[in-house]
Design a protein around this ligand. Sequence first.
Ligand SMILES: [Cu+2]
Length: 224
Amino acid sequence: MTIGFYISGEFENIMITRIMTVNASLLVFSLFVVFDVSYQGEANAVSSTVGTGGNGTDWDKYTPQNVTINAGESVTWNNPMQVAEPHTVTFVKDKEMIPPLFAPFSVPNNTEFTSAVPAPNVEPSIIPDNSNPNNKLVIVDNLRASAPVAVDSSRTNVTHLPPNSNYTFTGNESYVNSGWIWPMGQVPPGAPPITSFTVTFENPGTFHYMCVIHPWMSGTVTVT
Ligand SMILES: [Cu+2]
């Protein structure tokens, strides 16, 4: 890797994207190993169940893709896949709120990173911070993409939800995410144990959602 790559801002962005992509699995695994999470009970009032992903050609679809319910009812998403591929259920009010899976954060140059997992082949992604010579950039998992979270309409109030949440959705939120939903029994060691997400819809409307891992996956909930 040469310093020359980082002179142009555009090249830097390309490199960041590339590094983020290449190191995606490794970083996620590392972070999941040190996550400290707790369980919440499954929701009891459920009126619809939607599969996130399936098998064969349905692996990147929500089934059913569109559901219609009454206000006050709930939808529960699970992951019926036979391989350990996660999906998310993510309501995004506008495109700016689509979260990157990884993001660079600036830290002082003397910041040291010590691996917290016994695996021998891990290393943080660190590149120069061209906007501040005293700092460097470390590329980390974006919690907003990987964990259950809700952000209000002002984008300033962030609520971190427990795994397998039952979230009550008003429809005004700028962002609501399930976190990575794994198939039952296939949550990787140390990952947040998320195998479902339940949303209770308070108000009528048509609500679109997507998967942040596979952004071409989409579905709708129509509340009458
Ligand atoms: Cu997906």
